[in-house]
Design a protein around this ligand. Sequence first.
Ligand code: FUB
Length: 304
Amino acid sequence: MNQSVLSIISSLIVIIFLVPVRAQNPLFTDRYTADPAALVVNDTLWLYTGHDAAADQKGFHMKDWCVFSSTDMVNWTTYPTPLKISDFTWDKTGYAYASHIVHRNGKYYFYASTNGSGIGVAVSDRPEGPFKDALGKPLLTNDDCAGASHFWVCIDPAVFIDDDGQAYLFWGNKICYYTKLKENMTEIDGDIKQIDFTNFQFTEAPWVHKHNGWYYLTYATDFPEKIAYAMAKNIEGPYEYKGILSEQAKNSDTIHPAIVEFKGHWYFFYHNGILPGGGSYSRSVCVRKLEYDKGNRMRLSGTR
Ligand code: FUB
């Protein structure tokens, strides 16, 4: 194949993949998406999602993750697959569970759950990837999850970088674990601890953010899940339960939160099962606006 044919083919590939999509809920209708993780970099919101298999599944069957971007929350650009579960050669079960992506020191770190093999971290120089396994082994496994014996405990990573630069990694199912990350973002730094959920119930899917001097720990509670949140003045707690932020998602037993500020507005991303053929294993990512009241409590606007 000569050089000009190759260049036409690569231009066509770029045009096919970089198609703007008009926003509405669900945000994407050409595929089933789940487990949103939002990242704001300069004037762009990057949205990473899981990629559910098509309808009538009896369980979670996700082989890869997806990435989209928007500068206005209306038009979305879709990119080629940033990471596949098979890129983690140490994974035993082949399912791409929830992820969280952060930007630090010019690199993008993709923390990804598997179904029982642990949490991995992949790295890229670009937000859209492709991402490469940074360690060749999991960053965390079930052995790092004291007090739990179910195999799906080591899932749902959520990274928060505090104002002083210290990065924390939260994760877990039934028990919410957290630890510090080293500056290199690929090694844990010190002990693994647990958030005290004595007076309220944690199912999975933690998301930590900060607003007006408060740390917010938002998470899935009960099953079928709702989204609840707790607030603290210290990242390690104690967290005080503040109530339900979102009722159950339509037609999905799970609902997985991501909260970011973008261009002066706050957004709450989640998934439901409302696309035709959708359900608990063929989910769709949606977004609602989020506001704070005078007491710094969160509330959502817009329809579910
Ligand atoms: O997508 C698989 C699992 O479902 C996620 O890890 C959980 O948060 C729930 O959304």
